[in-house]
Ligand binder design. Structure first.
Ligand SMILES: [Mn+2]
Length: 195
């Protein structure tokens, strides 16, 4: 069964096309209009072995808020649709990812209940054109769109580019782990019987 989702979402603020293949090879084609955000989504695809196409036309004449938040909503929905009924998958994933001086933990549970715990200390206003306060908004939108419990915690680091990139790569690896099929799992991994 293909674990591929394709979403088009158009509003007065953003026009988004996204295609996600959870069982890809890390190929990406990302155009959001925000260079550093493209770099992060490319890293997410590459390090999670996802194939990801993202085309966004956002109201960047306002700022980057709608573009990043709405891309997060759609990525979350794309993840939820691609994982489908969650039968046979590991459900949990985690990664402790180093990038030079930065060390970021990501742990997630595809449990059907959204929750974000976010603890990155970013002291610059922007990295490139990306407003650093939008990193939290992005992961919040992803966690709600995908209905996942998502923890992102910085253990060390001071370079904002490294910390954010480590967070995206840690998220990619944790999601790759959570969506991997575990042959020991029959049905869904829950005593409730559904996720
Ligand atoms: Mn980089």
């Amino acid at each position: 069964m293909d674990r591929i989702s394709e979403i088009t979402r158009n509003t007065n603020e953003t026009r988004i096309y996204m295609k996600l293949n959870l069982d890809g090879s890390g190929k990406s084609d990302i155009h959001t209009g925000i260079g550093f955000f493209d770099h992060m989504l490319n890293s997410f695809a590459r390090h999670g072995f996802f194939d990801l196409t993202v085309k966004v036309e956002g109201d960047l004449m306002v700022d980057t808020h709608h573009t990043i938040e709405d891309t997060g909503i759609v990525l979350g929905q794309a993840i939820a649709r691609a994982v489908g009924d969650k039968k046979g998958i590991a459900r949990y994933g985690s990664m402790l990812l180093p990038m030079d001086e930065a060390l970021v933990l990501c742990a997630l549970d595809l449990c059907g209940r959204p929750y974000l715990v976010y603890d990155l200390e970013l002291d610059r206003e922007k990295v490139g054109e990306l407003e650093t306060e939008m990193v939290r908004e992005f992961f919040y939108a992803v966690s709600y769109g995908a209905m996942m419990n998502l923890h992102i915690k910085q253990l060390s680091g001071f370079n904002n580019h490294h910390i954010i990139e480590a967070a995206f790569k840690a998220f990619a690896r944790a999601l790759d782990g959570a969506t991997t099929f575990d042959p020991r799992v029959t049905g869904v991994l829950s005593t409730k019987g559904s996720l």
